[in-house]
Design a protein around this ligand. Structure first.
Ligand SMILES: C[S@@+](CC[C@H](N)C(=O)[O-])C[C@H]1O[C@@H](n2cnc3c(N)ncnc32)[C@H](O)[C@@H]1O
Length: 265
């Protein structure tokens, strides 16, 4: 199964090279994720030269945007799909001027220390990466490894999927006469209670940000219900997506949320 998941990502990289659709069809969700990460990194007020790693960085788009936004910070991105890293390196070369501060390599989040080193990072990030690991045990072992990569006081920003938001979204869809959206074949979601217990072993604090809740409510419930009434298929290019990224953080109607975890100083 794990080879099948890696093949899936390599294939997506080949078929969507240079397009935001490399890691999801929902390109406005990707933009919303990057906006959320930029807001968080601004809030962290990192010193010049701080090191950020994106683990499971895909085509590197997030890192390249962050590197342009934060010219005083250094970035490392790694992904186990070589074709994703090829795309990331091609985009880095095409942009020019960032090579001294941005590095991409092939690496596995099951052993993050091998790619990022122990105690080297100010910030570690995963964005819809750990949900590709097949078991909760593998996910929490990866999180233990990520904690080892961080300096004391370092921060792990985890944009990952949880059952609680998925269930709330599906309950709301059911009320609107819509079918359940199932967890995809290659994904394994977190349960909030386990996440809290497991991460408390490595991190001193945890805060959730429901950055995509209103976006999901607008696009996966209201817009989907409108499509059903009109007898048309939902379309990720419909302008409601562009409008919905501006909605404020409220509710818990999305599987995808940001967990901000800080290591003890
Ligand atoms: C949904 S994509 C997200 C990519 C990127 N983080 C983004 O936000 O666009 C998931 C990524 O995780 C990578 N991935 C999955 N399992 C991994 C692992 N064990 N080690 C490293 N990368 C992994 C996949 O190759 C893929 O690029």
């Amino acid at each position: 199964m794990s080879e099948r998941i890696k093949d899936y990502w390599n294939q997506r990289a080949s078929e969507n090279s240079g397009s935001l659709t490399a890691t999801t069809q929902d390109i406005w969700l990707r933009r919303l994720e990057v906006a959320c990460l930029i807001g968080m990194i601004e809030r962290l007020n990192l010193p010049a030269g701080a090191q950020i790693a994106d683990m499971g960085c895909g085509d590197g788009n997030t890192i390249l945007q962050l590197a342009r936004q934060f010219p005083e910070l250094n970035f490392l991105g790694f992904d186990y799909a070589p074709q994703m890293i090829e795309t990331a390196q091609a985009q880095l070369a095409a942009l020019g001027g960032l090579a001294g501060r941005v590095k991409f390599s092939v690496g596995d989040v099951n052993d993050p220390v091998a790619s990022a080193g122990a105690g080297q990072l100010d910030v570690a990030m995963t964005d819809r990466c750990l949900i590709n690991l097949e078991t909760s045990a593998a996910q929490y072992a990866a999180i233990a490894g990520i904690a080892k990569c961080l300096k004391p006081g370092g921060v792990y920003l985890a944009i990952e999927n949880f059952h609680e938001g998925q269930n709330a979204m599906n309950m709301t869809r059911a009320a609107a006469g819509l079918p359940e959206i199932a967890v995809r074949w290659h994904n394994h979601y977190f349960h909030e209670a386990d996440f809290r217990t497991q991460t408390a072993q490595h991190f001193a604090s945890l805060e959730f940000q429901e950055f995509s809740s209103a976006y999901y409510y607008a696009t996966r419930v209201i817009y989907s219900a409108m499509c059903k009434l009109q007898g048309v298929e939902p379309d990720y290019d419909h302008p409601i997506h562009q409008m919905a990224v501006r909605l404020p953080m409220m509710g818990n109607f999305s599987p995808i949320r940001l967990a901000v975890l800080r290591k003890a100083g």
